[in-house]
Design a protein around this ligand. Structure first.
Ligand code: SF4
Length: 492
């Protein structure tokens, strides 16, 4: 496989694995409600009041009709929609929607269109992708599962949202979807002001999406709801006046009532007391917390709400660029694969070990040397590790410091096959592999240090805590970009 092809395939593998990622709602969340700390099980909370429900079948029907009529009139012409509507082969149809969902979770529609078109030209079927990366689809034999349940169970990295989208759009399964746009629309429709990222609210929204989804046009309904969130019910300045479902929207009604109240007051009429209470039920699990009541200046954008973000957790990891001379004495580096779940799942990295905070340098070296010894099957002297510097990388929830060392190996090393997959790579192969942005920064820092050492003016010794050369400024996000996935191949 050519490096470019390998890179795209590896990136695709990463993308497919991650496709249940951050844009989709949390997966596999328990429907149990938390009991109070240390006490007896809490009494089941009262069901949320009618204000947060769609309990009138006539209203549900009207909402479906209005939303679908608007969608038929206003929907954007997008290549994956055309394929979903016209492709007769069910496997191709499901694959086409799957690819679009992965891409749409990473960037905006306008950016995705070109990438998507190129991707589908290059890998029009699951079989074509399988040839590029057996790692991704070898077990599927080119067949797409047909239901949301099977899609989630059988496709790597496909979560509840992606499974629901493929099943409803490609196979007409009447199952709802909840993504960021749907969360916003539903929270506004039913004045849900509790933390919209909490498991209880997410569960509630999934239930609501499943109640609302149109039974005869589920794929169109789901796309319409997402389209509404993307084009009308946008985060800031939503276009409520143009909204096809405003008559079903509790947030809009509340704004209208306040406006009516204000205008009557202005004209000196005795105004009725406005209905500005939430739902009249104390401790309602879906209303805004009492400490953050409705703010009239925000209007419908009072919803949705999220709990304040926690500051990122600080983590330190020792990592070692193990180097040897390969063919024609070109440097080669050892990379190992991360576990298939958790942070940076399945990506490749230099051998690394998490460190406790505030560990002495000597201890850090010893821990890294022990870790390397397990890989190499022979003792590694902690003092032999050369300190390169520190590389900072910011993940959404982690402030990660990589303490970078290097070690040059003479002679061959037998890697323990019982450990995680590992391999020696040249620099080009490293960049063609599914490695994180942070690891690229680490190699860059290592390269700069090497060049500095070999320049006529010898560099001074690096101090611990100093930023490594080439470490660059902290950069949020670590997923490989779509641009990287689809960079034009250099060879056939
Ligand atoms: Fe969103 Fe406004 Fe429509 Fe309500 S009326 S769903 S807030 S755009």
């Amino acid at each position: 496989m050519s490096p470019a092809r390998g890179r795209a395939a590896a990136a695709a593998a990463g993308a497919l694995r991650r496709s249940g990622g951050s844009a989709a709602p949390p997966q596999g969340r328990s429907r149990r409600r938390a009991s109070p700390r240390g006490g007896a099980p809490a009494a089941a909370p009262a069901p949320p009041p009618a204000r947060h429900l769609f309990s009138d079948p006539a209203e549900v029907e009207a909402l479906r009709r209005n939303l679908l009529a608007w969608y038929d009139r206003c929907k954007r012409d997008l290549p994956w929609r055309a394929l979903a509507a016209t492709e007769p082969d069910a496997d191709r149809r499901g694959y086409a929607v799957w690819v679009s969902e992965i891409m749409l979770q990473q960037t905006q529609v306008a950016t995705v269109i070109d990438y998507y078109t190129r991707w589908m030209q290059k890998w029009p079927t699951l079989q074509a992708l399988a040839q590029a990366s057996l790692e991704v689809v070898s077990e599927l034999a080119g067949r797409m599962p047909r239901t949301a349940e099977d899609l989630q169970k059988l496709l790597p990295g496909v979560g509840r949202y992606t499974a629901g989208a493929i099943a409803s759009i490609s196979y007409g399964q009447a199952t709802g979807v909840v993504d960021g746009n749907v969360i916003r629309v539903l929270c506004r429709l039913r004045c849900v002001g509790a933390d919209s990222s909490s498991p209880a609210v997410i569960d509630w929204l999934w239930d609501m999406a499943n109640v609302l989804v149109d039974r005869s046009r589920p794929g169109d309904f789901n796309q319409a709801l997402m389209e509404l969130g993307a084009t009308v019910c946008v985060p800031k300045s939503p276009l409520c006046g143009e909204c096809p479902v405003k008559q079903h929207c509790q947030a809009w009604r509340r704004v209208e009532k306040e406006l009516a109240f204000a205008s009557q007051k202005l004209f000196g009429k005795a105004p009725p007391v406005p209905d500005v209470e939430d739902c009249g039920v104390g401790d309602c699990p879906l209303c805004p917390p009492a400490t953050e009541p409705w703010d009239s200046s925000l209007g419908v954008t009072n919803f949705p709400r999220k709990a304040a973000k926690k500051p990122p957790r600080a983590m330190r990891t020792a990592t070692c660029v193990l180097e040897r001379r390969g063919c024609h004495r070109a440097p080669e580096y050892l990379i190992v694969q991360r576990p298939s779940s958790g942070l940076l799942a399945g990506l490749w990295e230099f051998p690394s070990v998490p460190l406790a905070q505030d560990l002495q340098e000597e201890k850090e070296r010893e821990e890294l040397a022990d870790h390397l010894q397990a890989w190499m099957g022979r003792p590694v002297a902690a003092k032999g590790l050369q300190f390169i510097g520190e590389v900072i990388h910011i993940f959404s929830h982690i402030h990660q410091t990589y303490v970078v060392y290097s070690l040059h190996l003479d002679g061959d090393v037998t890697l323990d096959p019982a450990l995680s997959p590992s391999r020696w790579v040249t620099e080009d192969e490293f960049h063609a592999s599914a490695v994180s942005t942070a690891m690229k920064k680490v190699l860059k820092a290592h390269g700069k240090q090497r060049r500095k050492e070999s320049s006529p003016v010898k560099g001074s010794k690096r101090k611990r805590g100093a930023k490594a050369p080439g470490a660059g400024s902290p950069c949020p996000g670590t997923q490989l970009s779509l641009r990287a996935f689809l960079r034009a191949p250099k060879g056939p």
